[in-house]
Design a protein around this ligand. Structure first.
Ligand code: PMP
Length: 404
């Protein structure tokens, strides 16, 4: 048995983390992993999460019963309000189906599985992913028999958005195509469309009757403001685009390992929503039976308690603020102190946890081999890996590899 099972290569991000851990160099830096770190390079348990956990664990009524198949009701309703807006007409009209999932990955999977079963694809089952995208998107769709294709998104020449290419791909795709869109803080590039660009994208999506598959893993991380980062999603709902939203609380609540997420599917009518809900329950039942309860209870408490919600907003602001500060400082070091050749404005223009530096794979490898700085070969750096103690070391190393 298993003679024919080929050996799979290790996941590149986890391989990078292992190499970082094994490196004894005192100034080593890990810029690979997409998890927030504080100014001491330590994982940060959000103070509001500590508080909510404390309340929960001291509640004598807390038990370990199964949650409903579609999740903790007060979690999913709070999560839907957070992304769609408390006053969303779609919510008031009962057109939104919300199901608790195994974080954002599980939301993507359940959304993809549902589409593969019930979406009226125009010919072959295809999803259009931005080039580049979170690499896991490819495997998630292939697993359910949907073939990923890519649409132009990032332009290496401008280190910005290939807006014309993006719009042309929307126009050229067959009607009723499925397009995966990053709601904010695009992973891996940090490049987001502007409001005007989103409006044009919505025009074309509507004209071509496309389906918008939104992935939102960084609400709050982009601007520090939860509502601001939900703007594109809310705008598409308001325009009546057929769509779903995959939502993760891994980053914005620092609950990576607790796997807290939700899938929200917006239907044209309440009747359609009821049918969709019934089938999502059937799929969820065979996949995980019931979602995990602890993280969902923590988030539900935060979302539904006004004082805790205010505290959470401040914690999100702290994380986003530190990242924005690191962007400014890196930009300042490269442009004002080191006079590094080239234009580095993209460092401050890009949004969220990641930045595409624009350096070549060879330069990325040189940073790892010579300077013990671990990053993916595409030149993506996690801004959360930088802090006041290591940013100068990084800027100087980057300056050296750029000068060659
Ligand atoms: N989508 C995107 C774009 C992501 O970057 C991530 C996290 N890297 C996820 C979804 C899912 O993460 P999780 O399953 O941890 O919520």
């Amino acid at each position: 048995t298993w003679d024919t099972v080929p050996l799979a290569p290790p996941d590149s991000i986890f391989k990078l983390t292992a190499a970082y851990k094994a490196d004894p160099h005192p100034q080593k830096i890990n810029l690979g992993v997409g998890a927030y770190r504080d100014d001491d390079s330590k994982p940060w348990v959000l103070p509001v999460v500590r508080k909510a956990s404390h309340i929960l664990l001291n509640d004598p009524a807390l038990d370990h019963e199964y949650l409903p198949i579609t999740g903790l009701p007060e979690f999913v309703s709070g999560a839907a309000r957070l992304i769609l807006g408390a006053s969303s007409p779609a919510l008031a009209e009962g057109r939104v189906v919300s199901v608790q999932t195994i974080s954002g990955t599980g939301a993507n999977h359940l959304g993809a599985l549902f589409l593969s079963r019930y979406y009226h694809f125009n010919g072959e089952k295809v999803v259009y992913l931005s080039d580049p995208t979170w690499v896991n998107h490819f495997a998630i769709f292939r697993n359910v028999g949907i073939e990923p294709k890519t649409y132009p998104y990032y332009d290496p020449k401008t280190i910005g958005l290939d807006y014309a290419g993006f719009v042309k791909a929307l126009e050229d795709a067959p009607e009723r195509s499925v397009f995966l869109l990053h709601a904010c803080a695009h992973n891996p590039t940090g490049v987001d469309p502007t409001e005007e660009q989103w409006a044009k994208v919505a025009d074309v999506v509507l004209a071509k009757k496309h389906y918008a598959f939104f992935d939102t893993a960084y609400q709050g991380f982009a601007s520090g403001d939860l509502d601001h980062d939900a703007k594109a999603v809310r705008y598409f709902v308001q325009r009546g685009v057929p769509m779903l939203v995959c939502q993760s609380f891994a980053k914005n609540a620092g609950l990576y390992g607790e796997r807290v997420g939700a899938l929200h599917l917006i239907s044209p009518t309440k009747e359609a929503a009821d049918r969709v809900r019934s089938q999502l329950s059937v799929l969820q039942r065979s996949e995980i039976s019931n979602p995990p309860s602890y993280g969902a209870r923590v988030v539900a408490l935060i979302l539904n308690t006004p004082e805790l919600f205010e505290e959470w907003k401040a914690d999100v602001h702290t994380m986003a603020g530190r990242i924005i500060e690191m962007r400014k400082e890196l930009h300042r070091l490269l442009t004002e102190e080191l006079h590094t050749p080239g234009n580095w404005d993209h460092i401050v223009k890009q949004i969220g946890m990641f930045s595409f530096t624009g350096i070549t794979p060879e330069q990325s490898k040189a940073l790892t081999e010579r300077d013990h700085i671990y990053l993916t070969v595409n030149g993506r750096i996690s801004m959360a890996g930088l802090n006041r103690s290591n940013i100068r070391y990084f800027a100087e190393a980057l300056d050296r590899v750029v000068r060659g």
